[in-house]
Design a protein around this ligand. Structure first.
Ligand code: ADE
Length: 229
């Protein structure tokens, strides 16, 4: 069984619609929907925005379904000017950009307890995601750091700070938390994001316009991934 987590229903609804032999289970406030997706056993959930929602959902999924890997998919803001709306970013690793104990001597982004700034993503899954993304006609695919925090980024200054610290290709609100939960439990993890906005102050205008399109792109990549396996 494989696990798929999106923050908002628009990020997984096209996949949910394809799920056969559906079974639902509620754990806390998360609803897990399992079944057959493009021939593979899968479990899907909408975790809600933010790191704590994402970590709670990922941990419940791991403990109740024992997935062989978990993919966090959805939309994100661009991490720098080389990334455009509609592009796809596959994470090499995820960081939590708002984790900051630097006043007591740590590097910015160091996640206590696991003692990492860059939380690794599974290389084999990443390679498959890149192949699946490149199979979408006209898709521009980037590989790099995805930066997660409990803020919607809509300022060029904030985006530059995050990019300067972590060289992030995309900014979002869940990937680093799903990767954290997976790391703790030894479950391979992937983060796949389609760019919905530039995160530079024009987000308010771009976001509703491009979210639906970007969300459908990342679900198309998951379809390619699952059909190819
Ligand atoms: N998800 C989509 N766009 C985002 C942004 N600009 N900041 C954080 N999360 C996002």
């Amino acid at each position: 069984m494989v696990g798929l987590i999106g923050a908002m229903s628009v990020e997984v609804e096209a996949l949910m619609a394809q799920l056969e032999d559906r079974q639902e289970k509620q754990i806390g406030m998360d609803v897990f929907v399992s079944g057959k997706l493009f021939g593979q056993e899968a479990v899907l959930a909408v975790c809600g925005p933010g790191k704590v929602n994402a970590a709670l959902c990922a941990q419940s999924m791991i403990l109740h379904y024992q997935p062989e890997w978990i993919l966090n998919l959805g939309v994100a803001g661009a991490g720098d000017q080389t990334v455009s709306i509609g592009d796809m970013v596959v994470a090499t690793a995820a960081v939590q950009h708002d984790m900051d104990t630097s006043p007591i001597g740590d590097p910015v982004g160091l996640v206590s307890k696991i003692n990492l700034v860059e939380i690794p993503c599974d290389e084999a899954l990443r390679d498959k995601l890149v192949r699946a993304a490149k199979a979408v006609d006209g898709m521009n695919v980037h590989e790099g750091i995805i930066a997660t925090g409990d803020q919607f980024i809509h300022s060029g200054e904030v985006r530059s700070r995050i990019n300067g610290l972590f060289h992030a290709k995309a900014v979002e609100m869940e990937g680093g938390a799903v990767a954290h939960a997976c790391y703790v439990h030894g479950v391979p993890c992937g983060v796949l994001r389609s760019i919905s906005d530039q995160a530079d102050g024009h987000s308010d205008m771009d976001y509703p316009t491009f979210t639906r399109l970007a969300a459908s792109h990342s679900q198309q990549v998951v379809e390619n991934l699952l059909r190819g396996e």
